[in-house]
Write a protein that binds this ligand. Structure first.
Ligand code: GRF
Length: 207
């Protein structure tokens, strides 16, 4: 069975969804850069090993990422899963885990990379918003896309309402993407990810 290490910074609802999906994957460890992250308790409650590597104890991003990589490598995971991990990673770190680093981002990439995606979607007036699971490459919130889910934007939405609607989809597509990974069905070809045995339904075109 493949193993993963999950990196978090906060409440850990995506971590919970991943744990509860009972995937054919071993969660070797959960690492948080914040000592009080709610996700740590979720992991501890399920006897998953946890570590805290507080980024404030490091002078540079390189030093923090180095400590993080050392901790990850102790478990030699097949995949490093970013689940609400709110630190920008250095190019060296991304290179070290090339094709072995996956992220969820709360927008339909390439739209709204970066922070405050729901607010920016509302400001832009888009009618469709959503979330994306992607392998991580050098540019922020960029890299081969595994799966996306769309949600409608309603006239009366505020940031919180829209975020909640997107989060429901995050909790569905991240376990799905990891399931495919666990079954060795993902192949990265340039910017595209091929999913073995996955038929995407397309509407019939009228003649
Ligand atoms: C999610 O919306 C994730 O996409 C984003 O940060 C949030 C983390 O939520 N990058 P949680 O910690 O998984 O509940």
């Amino acid at each position: 069975m493949k193993s993963i290490v999950v990196l978090i910074s906060g409440r850990g609802s995506n971590l919970r969804a991943i744990v509860e999906a009972r995937l054919p994957l071993r969660i070797a460890r959960v690492i948080s850069n914040r000592p009080g992250a709610g996700g740590l308790a979720i992991a501890e409650g399920r006897n998953i090993a946890t570590s805290v590597i507080d980024h404030r104890r490091f002078d540079t991003r390189e030093a923090f990422d180095g400590a993080l990589a050392s901790a990850i490598d102790e478990d030699a995971p097949d995949l490093v899963v970013l689940a609400g991990f709110m630190r920008v990673l250095t190019a060296g770190f991304v290179e070290r885990y090339r094709r072995k680093l996956i992220n969820i981002h709360p927008s339909l990439l390439p739209a709204f990379a970066g922070l405050h995606t729901h607010r920016r979607a509302l400001e832009a007036g888009v009618k469709i918003h959503g979330c994306t699971v992607h392998f991580v490459s050098f540019a922020l919130d960029n890299g081969p896309i595994v799966i996306q889910a769309a949600v409608p934007v309603r006239d009366d939405d505020d940031e919180a309402a829209l975020a909640a609607r997107v989060l429901v989809e995050e909790h569905r597509i991240y376990p799905q993407a990891l399931h495919w990974f666990a079954e060795d069905r993902l192949t990265i070809e340039g910017n595209r990810v091929r999913i073995a045995g996955h038929e995407v339904e397309t509407p019939e075109l009228a003649a």
